[in-house]
Design a binder for this molecule. Structure first.
Ligand code: GDP
Length: 145
């Protein structure tokens, strides 16, 4: 059981001004923020991040979208972080997401679905390293993780 996951507030949700409400839901649910930044991915960076989806028909559209505007990226810490965060965000398609989940509340459609959440402990570490250097992640005492 890993204790971190990587999230992004995706461009549409950021543009609509939902980032603060989304982060409040995250911390209310017991996640601690180890690291956080606002940035805009280049197309090449989005392609790298979503490399595992390269064969999927929506890869081009998805990477175009993810590089279309600013996002918030954050490393979240909690016991069982990956599984608990996926429960909090809800299904990929907001039409299938349960009431009260972040995607149900803030997603526009299956692609512009408000947030990303890592799908495994291994990918959480890879994705955290994609956005953050070791000296940008902090523990609860204010030291480096
Ligand atoms: P996740 O783990 O719930 O984010 O879902 P996936 O790993 O299956 O897909 C990655 C991301 O691709 C999703 O979060 C969506 O932004 C996007 N996506 C997934 N399915 C579709 C689809 O059928 N069409 C489009 N346009 N985008 C999709």
């Amino acid at each position: 059981m890993g204790n971190i996951t990587l999230t992004m507030v995706k461009p549409t949700a950021y543009k609509k001004g939902y980032a603060a409400n989304i982060l409040a839901k995250i911390t209310d649910a017991g996640f601690r923020i180890q690291a956080m930044k606002t940035l805009r991915l280049s197309k090449a960076q989005a392609e790298k991040f979503y490399e595992v989806h390269i064969e999927r028909p929506f890869y081009g559209e998805l990477t175009e979208f993810m590089s279309s505007g600013p996002i918030v990226a954050a490393v979240l810490e909690k016991n069982n972080a990956v599984e608990d965060y996926r429960k909090l965000i809800g299904a990929t398609n907001p039409k299938d997401a349960e009431e009260g989940t972040i995607r149900k509340l803030y997603a526009s459609n299956i692609q512009e679905n408000a947030v990303h959440g890592s799908d495994s402990d291994e990918n959480a570490e890879i994705e955290a390293s994609f956005f953050f250097a070791k000296n940008e992640r902090f523990n609860n005492e204010g030291g480096l993780v």
